[in-house]
Design a protein around this ligand. Structure first.
Ligand code: IPM
Ligand code: MG
Length: 422
């Protein structure tokens, strides 16, 4: 926010929270850095000639609720954001669009053009989940998961996938790991490269050979720049945590992994030599993760290894219903912050969809990540995270984490989170 003096104006400006106090004796022109994201909601002058105006920050994002439990948990996340906005002086301006199976049904595409362009016009994407039995018999390339998620990641070059593996000590019983291993909970961050490697490498094909046999081909490929940029994200993340990075590869077999290890090492040394860097082969990493997850702080790895290890991390953290994720790109939004896609780790849970039984925590925590990374609202993000933690601490459980005990509905869980927002 810049205030320019148009002529000799005597101006005093004081900033208190979101309220700017000013006194003017001449004409002023006021420039905001990001006009669409801020909204003057008050502009008055008191009898002494002092005026004040306050900005209400407006968060512009697109919601893609998708299929199954997606819409109902998305509603809770929006309610939480609205309630927090009332407390902390921001408002949300979100528009909802079809993606996944519902995109196929309504528009003939899992990622309709209108959805993609709405995403382009906003500052972040809050994603629900896609897929379900109804679309399972489509050819693999057209199925909601593959036909929606992969192109959206590519379209926005969302190369960094952050998957925090958190297990609250109160939920330690949910982990399949030994009680003494997880008594203090789990806190590991998986940083997965998301737009390269075998998922996207070309050529990719299936053909019938001369002898009638079919042959399928995927290509695993990585460039230095792709490894550098994901390492940079891991270094940033580690510097805010316990300053430890474990890079996971298969450098005893794969060329891409040899390059991966070399570039990660050079990059960490260059960016911050005080970070403790270690390397593990992916088979060993998978084993170490179940043996002692808390030996890790930040794990950085390529696309496919990250897919596998992050699911392993999710299951040892007890319930998919609790895990959020952020996919950040090269692009910057209107606030000059990373454009990102935020989604829960769990799937569409078609068996409980529409029954008000789903756990909304992962979707709510994904909204918190959105505030943190795409809107630079650390305190607000922490407020949501604390509210979820306190709700769990108070003993409230949805069916997936109730272990046969009493359980509450999606809405009850959402209301309990809202009550605990600060
Ligand atoms: C994930 C999913 C996706 C992936 C699938 C659905 C394409 O498993 O986000 O981890 O493999 O990346
Ligand atoms: Mg996966």
């Amino acid at each position: 926010m810049k205030i320019k003096k148009a002529s000799k104006a005597r101006l005093s400006v004081r900033l208190d929270c979101n309220v700017y106090f000013y006194r003017f004796e001449s004409k002023l022109s006021i420039h905001t850095a990001h006009p669409p994201n801020f909204f003057f909601h008050r502009c008055r002058r008191d009898r002494n000639g002092y005026g004040f105006f306050s900005f209400m920050k407006t968060l512009c994002f697109t919601t893609l609720p998708g299929d199954g439990i997606g819409p109902e948990v998305m509603n809770i996340a929006l309610e939480v954001l609205k309630a927090l906005g009332d407390k902390r002086n921001f408002q949300i301006k979100s528009s909802s669009h079809d993606v996944g199976g519902i995109g196929i049904d309504n528009h003939g595409s899992a990622l309709p053009k209108s959805t993609l362009s709405a995403c382009r016009d906003s500052d972040a994407i809050l994603f629900g989940s896609v897929g379900g039995p109804k679309w399972e018999n489509l050819p693999p390339k057209e199925q909601p998961e593959r036909a929606a998620l992969l192109p959206i990641r590519k379209a926005f070059e969302l190369f960094a996938n952050l998957r925090p593996g958190n297990l609250y000590p109160e939920l330690a019983d949910l982990s399949p790991l030994r009680a003494d291993t997880v008594a203090n909970g789990i806190d590991v961050l998986c940083v997965r490269e998301l737009t390269g490697g075998i998922y996207f490498g070309q050529p990719k094909s299936t053909k019938v050979m001369e002898n009638g046999e079919e042959e399928a081909l995927d290509t695993m490929v990585y460039k230095t720049s792709e490894i550098e940029r994901i390492t940079e994200i891991a270094v940033k993340a580690a510097s805010l945590r316990d300053r430890k990075i474990c890079s996971v590869d298969k450098a005893n077999v794969l060329e891409t992994s040899v390059l991966w290890r070399k570039v990660v090492t050079e990059c960490v040394t260059k960016l911050d030599p005080t970070i403790e860097l270690s390397h593990l082969y992916v088979d060993n990493a998978a084993m170490q993760l179940v043996r002692d997850p808390n030996q890790f702080d930040v794990i950085v790895t390529e696309n496919m290894f990250g897919d596998i290890l992050s699911d392993e991390l999710a299951v040892i953290c007890g319930s998919l219903g609790m895990l959020a994720s952020a996919s950040l790109g090269t692009g910057r939004n209107n606030l000059s912050l990373p454009f990102g896609l935020y989604e829960p780790a769990g799937g569409t849970a078609p068996d409980i969809a529409g029954k008000n039984l789903a756990n909304p925590c992962a979707q709510v925590l994904s909204a918190a990540l959105m505030l943190r990374y795409s809107f630079g609202m650390e305190e607000e993000a922490a407020s949501i995270e604390n509210a979820v933690k306190e709700t769990i601490r108070s003993g409230l459980r949805t069916g997936d984490i109730a272990q046969g005990g009493n359980s509450v509905s999606t809405e009850q869980m959402g209301n309990a989170i809202i009550e605990r927002l600060s």
